[in-house]
Design a protein. Sequence first.
Length: 94
Amino acid sequence: MRKLALAVLLQFFLASVYSQAEFITISGRIVDAETQEPLSFATLNIQHSAKGVVANEAGEFEFTFQKEHLSDTIVFSMTGYQTEKALGQSLSVD
């Protein structure tokens, strides 16, 4: 099984994060860790929740969710790749 690997997490952490009212928006790009090719239609969701988004054809995403979910785990997944997870609270808020 291939890995989304560190490239996804690094780009996720470097994604823009900002707050607006009671919501947080994160954006970024999901790529294959080895080839740096975009992973079209990879999914991101809040673990144990129905909240999530699908990356576009270029692997780009924008995910807006309530601030209360910052303490939850964000899950990156795509068929054929190892699932990656990151804690929302580990993001830096500008």
